[in-house]
Design a protein around this ligand. Structure first.
Ligand SMILES: NC(=O)C1=CN([C@@H]2O[C@H](COP(=O)(O)OP(=O)(O)OC[C@H]3O[C@@H](n4cnc5c(N)ncnc54)[C@H](OP(=O)(O)O)[C@@H]3O)[C@@H](O)[C@H]2O)C=CC1
Ligand SMILES: CC(=O)N[C@@H](CCC(=O)OP(=O)(O)O)C(=O)O
Length: 334
């Protein structure tokens, strides 16, 4: 059986580790290049959890070595760093799935919320990696901009109801995330003592994921009111979404009809929870209507559907494989 050689740059990070775990077991992707910023180590030294599971060298990231070792590469790198790698990798003919925010937004919006963009050429053809919106485009993409975790949970929740929403009314997204969403670097907010037994909002209404949600839903930034909260959990994310709708309809039926073919969205009859999606690519969605107010609850694993398993689904589509191939679907329950 022919295999596709793939690489992971950013293998020492949280999403990098999740990518490795999926790729080690993937039937058609062969892990052929594994790198971080310093290299000079092995996988088992880097991630003790992979000891006696899979071993390989971890190299200092290098464009030429990466290009000669694989056909497709996953970049699990910080914003701004990712585009420094994308530019030469694409010019050497590699396919790239970028987990950062560098290719998710038009240049003007990106520069308003992040930093100056240094690779506008590739920005123009990058495809936003949400199959529920762009499945056909993803099949022929050379560069995929993997969505942010909060936008994934919010967009999948709201999308089925966009045609029934009262125009120009607020889309309120009240979201909770586990701490792994912040990556492995230390910060005051993610310090154990600040997170443990605690709960707080951060960047209310001005978080960089608000424009991503607005742009992909095709609404104005001012219509999206997004407030993320940090909760004392390692992984998981729930978005509680409130929108006003105008016509009389059965919200559950709308959701079921919209996602009847979706492999990685589950429509739920009871309010969703984080644990039931932990370690999987599922997005679980619940909806409840009271008069013209709709409450939508959408749960994902931030490291999986919000990052790494979504990235492998996108790579499957780019390579013409079944999008479900090698994707974990049994949650870490209990
Ligand atoms: N965590 C999450 O839930 C989600 C994260 N993302 C995005 O995915 C990307 C990765 O996130 P995450 O895994 O959490 O981040 P981490 O901070 O956990 O890991 C970052 C990785 O990038 C590597 N790295 C940093 N700079 C360089 C460089 N110049 N050259 C090579 N490697 C470098 C680090 O290597 P080293 O160890 O050597 O420093 C490390 O492996 C980010 O853009 C993030 O925003 C997207 C959705 C969800
Ligand atoms: C807890 C926490 O800090 N979460 C991150 C979001 C997760 C993420 O990394 O998303 P991007 O891919 O867009 O960077 C944040 O709020 O910025």
């Amino acid at each position: 059986m022919s295999v596709t050689k793939v690489g992971v740059i950013g293998a020492s990070g949280y999403t990098g580790l999740e990518l490795l775990k999926i790729l080690i077991n993937h039937p058609k992707f062969q892990l052929s290049y594994v790198a971080n910023s310093e290299g000079n180590t092995t996988l088992s030294q880097l991630h003790h959890s992979l000891n006696k599971v899979y071993e390989c060298d971890v190299l200092k990231a290098d464009i030429d070595e990466c290009a000669s070792s694989c056909e497709l590469v996953f970049l699990a790198l910080p914003h701004k760093t990712a585009m420094v790698y994308v530019k030469p990798l694409i010019s050497k003919g590699l396919k790239v799935v970028d987990l950062s925010a560098d290719y998710r937004l038009p240049q003007d919006i990106y520069e308003q919320f992040y930093c100056p963009h240094t690779d506008t050429e590739n920005l123009s053809h990058a495809v936003y990696g949400l199959p529920e919106l762009f499945r056909d485009e993803l099949r022929s993409a050379k560069l995929v901009a993997n969505p942010g975790c909060f936008p994934t949970s919010a967009i999948l929740g709201v999308l089925p109801f966009m045609s029934r929403r009262v125009k120009n009314t607020p889309i309120i997204v009240d979201a909770k995330t586990g701490v792994s969403g912040a990556g492995k670097k230390l910060s005051d907010n993610t310090h154990f003592v600040n997170v443990n037994d605690n709960l707080f909002a951060y960047n209310p209404l001005m978080h960089r994921h608000a424009p991503e949600i607005a742009q992909k839903l095709g609404v104005d930034f001012d219509e999206v009111h997004f407030v993320p909260h940090l909760v004392p959990l390692t992984r998981g994310m729930i978005s509680s979404i409130y929108i006003q709708v105008n016509s009389d309809f059965d919200a559950y039926e709308v959701l079921e009809e919209f996602y009847k073919e979706a492999k990685h969205v589950r429509v739920c009859k009871n309010p969703v929870d984080m644990k039931s999606v932990a370690g999987t690519n599922f997005c679980d969605i619940y909806v409840k209507r009271k008069s013209n107010m709709l409450f939508i609850s959408s749960a994902i694993d931030n490291l999986m559907r919000g990052a790494s398993s979504a990235a492998v689904v996108n790579a499957n589509l780019m390579m013409g494989f079944d999008e479900d191939l090698g994707i974990p679907n049994i949650a870490y329950v209990p």
